[in-house]
Design a protein around this ligand. Sequence first.
Ligand code: 3HC
Length: 360
Amino acid sequence: MYTQALDLPEPVSAPANGIAGNNVSASGAQGAAVHPLQAPSAAHAAQHAAQSARFEATLDADGKIEPRDFMPDAYRKTLLRQMSQHAHSEIVGMQPEGNWISRAPSLKRKAILLAKVQDEGGHGLYLYSAAETLGTSRDQMLDALHSGKAKYSSIFNYPTLTWADVGVIGWLVDGAAIMNQVPICRCSYGPYARAMIRICKEESFHQRQGFESLMVQMQGTAAQRAMVQDAVNRWWWPVLAMFGPPDADSPNSAQGKRFGIKRISNDDLRQKFVDATVPQTKVLGVSLPDPALQWNAARQCHDYGAIDWSDFWNVVNGNGPCNHERLATRRKAHADGQWVRDAALAYAAKQEQRSMKEAA
Ligand code: 3HC
């Protein structure tokens, strides 16, 4: 993709299993590799220390780490974990709304929905490209998804029962995604930050189209208004959980923050989202299914009720209402697309043969 550096360092070892592995030297991309059977020399140790110091100085100065720069293993691993999960979320996220493309109520709504679902596929592709710059192949990442080893966002394991769900996904799910993803535009890894700028612009359109669709439905019949309210009631709590566990129970937050990947904590983003959403419910004319929701003048933000974290973990661990369906659909789509990958590889091989013949 256009924002990525394509001059990757040469791999120096066989890829490790799963997505957590990488095939780039732990000691960095710029000539500091040590043979596994060799003890690191004093010169190597000094070089490693200098590279680590440069890495830390870049983070301290709020600079960007690029694919060919030295990065500690833990940084590469944390990024790869988050970016691959993020990419998987985008492509699995095509499914709940994709189910409604053939049932959209008008040509206009169908065109909007088609564009939105295609955008989500595009976001997945930018993110896989960005993640590949960390030295793990797209095939490895997809294998981890298809085998059930990799996570994707909990929110896409809930069903879309009515047309109002499509609007609510745009308004609330994409609204929550924007809240979470705008700070990632400032993250320390260049390819991820640049991909997120474009993604956030498109997510903004997604949020607006959802809100506008709900506004139209709310001006319709009593049954349509009830359908919107029902969808809001079903999605509200899973959307709040989407920001991740409370800060106190978030094992990756400390490292994500230290590495400049996570700029705002799970709880702070959740709070910002609640505060931004409440005034929108008034414009729309819907209520939120939380009797504890109220303005707290002392804290200058809203208090809200307890999230059911057992439901969240149940979904994250593969037992939500649609987990099996989502993964089965994803695996089938991948298998059905094999002929496209085969054709592309055959075409590339033919082109290479032709150019070699011409060069000879
Ligand atoms: N769904 C599934 N798993 C989740 C989750 C969620 N909503 N929230 C947290 N988790 C997982 C974490 O991945 C982690 O598991 P792991 O250690 O096996 O990776 C575990 O729960 C503990 O959570 P932490 O808070 O410690 O994890 P993080 O520090 O990584 O924070 C995050 C979680 C806030 C989701 C962060 O990874 C993040 O900001 N990711 C990038 C954004 C992203 O992936 N968004 C997904 C939605 S994409 C989307 O909505 C598409 C749009 O088009 C609608």
